[in-house]
Every structure is written in structure tokens, then in C-alpha cells.
Design a protein around this ligand. Sequence first.
Ligand SMILES: [Zn+2]
Length: 384
Amino acid sequence: MTWSGPARGLIFLFGLMIAQTSSAQTTAIAPPAPEQAPPAEERALPTSEIPAKTLFGAESRAAKLKSRAIGFYSRGCLAGGEWLPPDGTAWQAMRLSRNRNWAHPNVVKLVKRLATEAKAAGEWPGLLVGDMTQPRGGPMTSGHASHQIGLDADVWLTPMPDRRLTWEEREKISAVSMLKDPLSVNPETFTPGVIAIIKRAASYDEVERIGVNPAIKLGLCRAAGGDKPWLSKIQGWAGHTYHMHIRIKCPPGSDGCRSQGTPDGTSCAAAEKWYADTKAWMESPKTAPKGPKTKRKPKPPLTLQDLPNACRDVLAAAPNGGPTLIAEAIVPPEQKPAAVSAVAASSGPAAFAVPHALEPAVPAAPAAALVVPEPQPALRRAQQ
Ligand SMILES: [Zn+2]
């Protein structure tokens, strides 16, 4: 018996759905009990070149170890991950089939705090939480180079609706872009509430940096009237047009965790320079002769050997958490939910239906606006 247990668990989770509050279907169901998985000593670790994303992606439950972020955001794993319940007083987790609503307990605490405090202050009605981390972290089966050690969380910039979304809605609803073109924010979606929720997230000590599209960073700078201390944590990252990517520092007790340090290049002058340079690049005639196309070799996927040694223990550990950890209201999808309705009436052409890592770099727009500059080196680096 090797990996079939966890893999079965994952497949099982894929089949679950959130009950509609109005649904008569109330049978509570939980994922396989931990004791069904083989004990650690029987779970022989593969030594082959199996991509680490395959191994970590097959884990449906956290490792029963002391909570610890291991390695770097884009090369590591997570011990003792905590599960963010899909529903809270001021949040709802999205894309539940991915089973990525896990993180280091400090991130789970932060998300709950951000959600409840922003709601209490009347700034934001609640968070729609996107990808955090897989139950044991590690490279993901799709999207994201980072999010590996449980210290990253994607939070949509679409306000939470005032009702509970069904499982199917959480799979299909599109988040709404904050941009009206590649260089500027759309005042209809980039509202004072959006500014307030980003500002509040940046104000928490444990937050190391927040990634948003460079045009959103510029929009924040202009709205704030220039540099403010909270803005220094906010970096322009390519993509990230509809969500903010919150990254926290290494938590105390996470031996082997490597923080990124203070973000640089985050002044409002740098944001204005990005705007001027990108605009000039977009408007300049492209006269340079095209050289022969050199195909960049795709990097081979990370294997277990590429990750910190402690990640082997994380994979080998027994699963944590009993059925009580999982929401009792998760029921099998026997009853098809009603047709999906959009969160925002404005989710038109600028809305994305795909995970951010797969989204086009800019929203659909007239051909002239589709000339997208290569991300600046600093931006590319910042995404790692
Ligand atoms: Zn992200």
C-alpha cells in the first residue's frame, strides 16, 4: 500500500459539495477518517523522479506534525497545516474542489481577522478566499509557483455576496478585474472598499508583502495621495488583476523557513515610472527586426529531491484532523444546484473564469490595447 489511500481521499473530496441552505439534503458527510490511511511506516516514499506536485497534490489531509512552514515560498512544504472552514461569519472559501483552503495556522488566523475586522468596520462585507495552500503544501498540480509553505493566500477583490454560495457557484463564479486597460484601474470595480481592504491587510504586522497588478498599485498610490507607510508593503506583480496575494513572514518556530525580507521598489515614484515606461513601450513603433525564435526550454518540475529534506517527513506523516475538522454541512452533490448566478452584475468581458495563474495578462480589450509589455524584471522576480 503506497499512495492510493490519499489519492482516493482527494478524489472523494472532489465529489463533495456545499449544501444550499434551502436544500432538504442535510446528511452530513466527512472525508475518510485518518485511521483509514496507512500508518507512516507503511507509506514508502518514492525515490524516483516523480514530480513533487504529483505527490503533494495527492494529499487530501494535513500532516500530523507541529505546525511549521518549511523552505521558501516557491520551494518547500507545510507541516501541521490548518483548514480554513469554507464558511465563516465574514468569509467564504472559493474553488473548494481544489482543496487548497489550508495554510499555516497564522495565515488562517489572519484571514479570519481581516474578514471580521473589515466587516465590523463597515469597510467590506466579507472575503471571498481563493487559493491558499494544499494540505501539506508543496508544489501545486496547477498554477502558482509559490503558495508552497502555507504562508500565501489569494483574496478576491470582489465583495462577498450576502448569501451563502453553493459548491457549484464557488467553482464557476468569475472574479471581476480591477482594470479598465493594462495601465489603469476601473473606477467601477476599484472602489473605496477595495482600497480599504487592501490597506487593512497591509496594516497587519505579520504581513510581509501584498502582490497586486502594477496598475492597481498605481491606483492605490494615486488614491492615497502618494507614499504612505502601508503602501510600502504593496508590490506590483504581473497578473493579480482581480485578487490580492497576501504573504506573511516566517512565523516563529518555523525552523528552515526563509522569509523574503522587506519588499523593494514599492515607492509611488516607482509605480509612476512603471506607468510611463510601459505606456512608452506600448506606443513605440516596433521596428526592431525579429530574430529567430528561440524556444525556451521548460524547467523540469521540482522533485522531492529539490525540496528541503524535512518535506519527506511531511509526506510520510500520518494525516491530521478528524471528521470534526470538516464542515458538517458538506453533502454529496445529489441535488443539482440552480443555475449559477454571477456575483456582480458587472462581471462582463473583464471577468475571468479561470484561476489567476492561467488568466491572460490583460482583460479582453480592443486589439490596440492588447499589446502587453513583457513584465519588468523586478516584477518577474517578485512573483517567486
Ligand atoms: Zn496569487
